[in-house]
Design a protein around this ligand. Sequence first.
Ligand code: SAM
Length: 522
Amino acid sequence: VRDGIERGRLERFRTAVARRLGLLFDDGKLDYLAEVLGRRLEQSGVEGCAAYLDRLSSPAGWHEEWRALAGDLTVGETYFFRYRDHFRAFTEAVLPVLVQDPPGRLRILSAGCASGDEAFTLAILVREQLPALAAGGQVTIRGLDVNPAAIERARAGRYSPWALREMPPAFQERYFRSRGRELILDEAVRAMVSFEERNLVDDDAALWPAAACDAVFCRNVLMYLSPDAACRVVAGIARTLRPGGFLFLGHAENLRGVSEAFHLRHTHDAFYYQLREDAGRAFGVEAGSTTATPPRPGAIATPPPLPWVAADGSWVETIRRASARIATLAADIGRGPAAAGEADRGASGEPAEVARRDLASVLELLREERFDDALAQLHGLPAESRDDPDAQLLRAALLTNAGSLTEAEAACRELLETDELSAGAHYLMSLCREHAGDRAGAVDHDQTAIYLDPAFAMPRLHLGLVAKRARDLDTARRELSSALSLLPREDASRILMFGGGFSREALVELARSELALCGGPS
Ligand SMILES: C[S@@+](CC[C@H](N)C(=O)[O-])C[C@H]1O[C@@H](n2cnc3c(N)ncnc32)[C@H](O)[C@@H]1O
């Protein structure tokens, strides 16, 4: 019982919230959820928790109550010019592409816009960069959010100085005037943006008109959603973006395991995405559909559940899926090849099972540093095992360990063609690039691996070492410290695959001594 609410009822409430708003609350947030439920129960005037929950889940809906809950359960933190690197990339790399093709109009969506700071930042920048287009009314910016109070604030266009803390002072002077403690946004900028109270996980095709946007900002929204809801929102975004259109997510969010319809872009110290030109054909995101199967009339089809997404899995768990798969192999190895074979004997003979068993024995050879034998065994695998992305990654790792870096780089490139968001392949690419004398390329691939998997220790260690060699001691200290804190938790199979033959202890020692040489704590 929490706050007088039984656990079973709280679970019902948690499930209803995830279903309706897409919001995921882990066990650590149950006290907060109980507090909100208790307060809403009292304010709604409904007699009893069970009756309140019944009404909340009724097919007829309870629109007003859900609006109140959306206000209580969402996090609306935002400010103007949040993540300035994103806006630099937007003005310097994205806008020039967008206005060329097709020229003469620009359509932007801020999905999860909160109080409008992001949408208005975009309006100001577009006005600065493309004054004629903005003055001609050819720019439309739409802001959507499920929180009614946030939409009301956005429509009012009044802000505290705190919301403008990252804004260049010249823009503040040009676009705001003070009234008392508030700053009032210029009318012309306000007129460029429209706001709607909308739930992004609603099953409503009208939310995502096909190919109707050139750029979408959906930053710091997916991180609050269940994996299933995040997949649905991204499918909607892929539908509403025109081919070649751009998507910006928050710093802690990425599309690994969520969508393959986008290319990853990295410029101006920012990561963002570009919808593939063939996204419609290859991924079924053409008009009227977010999947390869036709949607029900008037509804967006829900993408088929991904096999690795646990129904109640958290976002972090989801993006760590690749390492979890490989960790299974490591567990087999931990029991030894005989035990691994034992475990699999009598298994169904399913291709995935076969691939797993085959890879386990290759990993065992890697552990023994028999790189050539491991490569030969990998080469001799049946095609379906050999083409498994884990097998391709293993091959690239073996080639790197064996010192065949040109071949390793070719293997990484091949893998990245099919899985652009493979953190392991980016890390190995970084080693290959460094070997080829391309420091900038090496740094870029390490940064990409870290962006795709913030818990991956090896690219941080490598980036730290590369930075130290270049006398960039701030970066070296930062990355080596991160590697030091991540290495003890890094999974065994990744140490085996990417650790260059070093044990976990040796890698920790290396990170510690290099950090000391950079002036960090020894
Ligand atoms: C942390 S704010 C992000 C604001 C802005 N994008 C930024 O990065 O500064 C997250 C916003 O997402 C909104 N949100 C969460 N779930 C939503 C849903 N299902 N539909 C629409 N908006 C949602 C919240 O109401 C909140 O305003």
